[in-house]
Write a protein that binds this ligand. Structure first.
Ligand SMILES: [Zn+2]
Length: 422
């Protein structure tokens, strides 16, 4: 029997013996790992390991020490090297903007059409892995060359294997400044978290229903893998929300309108609250579970603070700072009152709660600002303000610009209209 026939026969035996095939797929990497394991006798490496406390003091038995080099895929040194590269990319190009998880679909036609007889995709991990690899290359082309999510400056990804053997690849994309999803109004261009209308978009409706519905978990399915201590670790079902927002902690919350579109999954009726965020273009193109999330972007700005009993000058400074703060932090309308409330000190907050019967969180910003102004700013008569103005002086060594700004503020508070004379 020649080598070709032998290899063909071996492949056939492997394919037909399903359990054997699974054992073969899991054993081969271990055998390779053993073959590639490098035995180290380098004293400098031992010193380095002792310094980093990988080895206990005095352990110099080099004959017992095996170290996988970074050239071996999946070894700790390989992962560490990639981590360092990823950090260098972030240092150069900035924080990632999109987080995409591409998961292999065992029901892809390319997989299904290549199965023999009674085989299932679980019996052919060689096939699912190859098809996934080809689709992954296509996905990269779409993202990087065709710029379906905007101009990509840099990306990192890793292929992982889930517990049931199917590969999936989490991506991080760093986009060009003009392509970044900064405004909640533009989130729709990148991510959707709703079930499409079954009449207007029947095909997309079917794809989303098939691939992008979470669970269902909770009371209906307490044994779902996402459940921990009786709660869904992915926080499903989410809340209905009329528009995209950015929460105070920097997280993006996607629009999930309550328009009554429901589908049935595993015997349970689910609606927009159960949809895993996706990009319609990528989902339609690849027909697999592709989760797309906009990364959190939180500017580290300290909120302005307001103390009770302030004067009109301090109030005016506070409102200007507040305006800059809410723009910088991209605080959306739904959390504005709460953010504003917590800029006030404890005394003002207590006064607000006493003064208002309704819910502060549902107030309009201007109404709440008026309430805070009434409670926090002490009213001084024009006469007192004018006396203050008269007593102002330029102390030695003080900054002329600061003095001029204070003078201007005081002139305004004293209701004096400055007039230029020749
Ligand atoms: Zn869940």
């Amino acid at each position: 029997m020649d080598a070709w026939t032998r290899s063909k026969n071996f492949k056939k035996i492997i394919e037909e013996a399903r359990e054997l095939q699974r054992v073969f797929s899991s054993d081969v990497p271990i055998v390779i790992e053993e073959l590639f394991t490098a035995k180290s006798d380098s004293s400098s490496l031992i010193d380095e390991l002792q310094e980093t406390k990988v080895l206990k003091n005095g352990a110099r038995k080099t004959e017992l020490l095996f170290i996988l080099p970074s050239s071996y895929i999946g070894s700790p040194r390989y992962m560490h090297q990639l981590y360092q590269d990823a950090m260098a990319i972030v240092r150069k190009f900035g924080k990632p903007d999109l987080f995409i998880t591409f998961t292999c679909n065992p029901n892809w036609p390319e997989v299904k059409n290549s199965l023999n007889g009674t085989q299932t995709s679980a019996d052919r991990s060689d096939l699912t892995t190859r098809v996934f690899h080809l689709k992954l290359k296509d996905l990269l082309k779409d993202i990087v060359d065709k710029q379906v999510c905007g101009k990509t400056l840099a990306y990192v990804y890793v292929v992982e294997f889930q517990k049931r053997g199917l590969p999936h690849a989490p991506f991080l994309l760093i986009l060009d400044q003009n392509s970044k999803p900064m405004n909640p109004d533009n989130f729709d261009e990148y991510v959707s978290a709703e079930i499409p209308d079954p009449i207007l978009l029947p095909e997309m409706h079917q794809i989303v229903t098939m691939h992008m519905i979470h669970g269902p978990c909770g009371k209906a399915n307490p044994n779902s893998p996402c459940m921990e201590d009786g709660k869904c670790t992915k926080k499903f079902p989410k809340d209905f929300i009329e528009k995209n927002i950015q929460s105070l902690d920097g997280y993006r919350v996607y629009k999930r309108t309550e328009i009554g579109i429901t589908v049935e999954k595993n015997g349970q009726k689910v609606d927009n609250r159960w949809v895993v965020p996706y990009n319609p273009h990528l989902l339609y193109e690849y027909g697999a579970h592709i989760n797309v999330e906009i990364s959190t972007h939180k500017l580290k700005l300290d909120p302005p603070t307001l103390a009770g009993g302030c004067d009109s000058d301090q109030w005016s400074a506070f409102t200007r700072q507040w305006k800059m703060y809410k723009t910088g932090m991209v605080i959306t309308d739904n959390v504005l009152p709460t953010a504003l409330f917590y800029c006030c000190d404890t005394n003002i907050r207590t006064d607000i709660m006493r003064d208002l019967q309704g819910d502060v969180a549902s107030m309009i910003e201007t109404d709440l600002l008026n309430v805070i102004k009434r409670l926090a700013v002490k009213e001084e008569s024009t006469l007192v303000q004018r006396i203050k103005l008269n007593r102002m002086f330029l102390s030695p060594g003080s900054n002329i610009r600061t003095c001029l700004a204070s003078l201007r503020g005081q002139v305004h508070s004293a209701s004096i209209k400055p007039r230029a004379e020749k």
